[in-house]
Design a protein around this ligand. Sequence first.
Ligand SMILES: [Zn+2]
Length: 302
Amino acid sequence: MVNIKLLAIAGLTALLLQVPFFTTQAAAAEITVEVADGVYSYRPGDGYISMFVVTSSGVVAMEPVNTKHAQGLLKAIRSITQKPVRYLLITHNHWDHSSGGQVFRDAGAKILVHNEAYQWMQENPGRDMALPDEGWKGKRKDITLGGTTIEMHYIGMSHGLGMTVFRVAQQKVIYIADVVTPDRVAFAMVPDFNINEWIRALSEIEKMDFNKAVFSHSGNKAPFGTKADVIKNREFIQDLQKAIVTEFKKGTNFLKIPQVVKLPKYENWAMYKEWLPMNVWRVMLDMYMGPFPWRPALAFEK
Ligand SMILES: [Zn+2]
């Protein structure tokens, strides 16, 4: 049974790796951008954006994505510094973000992820995924390297397991995966998002002190964004909820609501036409069935 399950997982992962899921092409010159002193975004055009921080005592890399992306990220780091990569930080459990870690392990980095994600990764090994060295517990862990402090903030139920944002304290730059994607509607059928906890998590991020934010995905070409992007994403979800409630009140047929709801304010956002009806389905089901996925408070400490 175990073998069949593993084979199925390997097969699906192989398929996903072969499919050009995101096809945005970035010009070579725009791939690595210094967004603040020693803080770089890395966007090779595969739909995923990573970040790294160069300090006098070494480098901290964030989000390996997969082996190919991680190799490119390491190359980008090496084009800027020969200092050792001390840490690789991963935001959450999902294979499409947490794979490729072996590239950095081989380069000597210690791989860290929140314990909640660590447990999932242990039980659900992806074909391209290296199990991190440490699953850290609690709500916050800081790393100080060469006088630079990187804070890891676990933001609780929102998307996936162990979801963490990284804040480079002195430079006031934050790295956010999946819970904010500037200028794009929510991802397809909004997988593994607890809608109200997502809104709560975004409100908490809005209270953090940062001027610039690097996002794992973006609907625009800018190498970084700002707090305004976090606010706009939160407002989008709330506008979606309001529009659905309006249809409930009008007595619109449940099955028709995803076709009827329009949010012209966001019609210029990427994937508006393609994904808005799916976004409506997901948010509507959350209102209808109750919040999901859900887990007890403090589950992350186990
Ligand atoms: Zn995810």
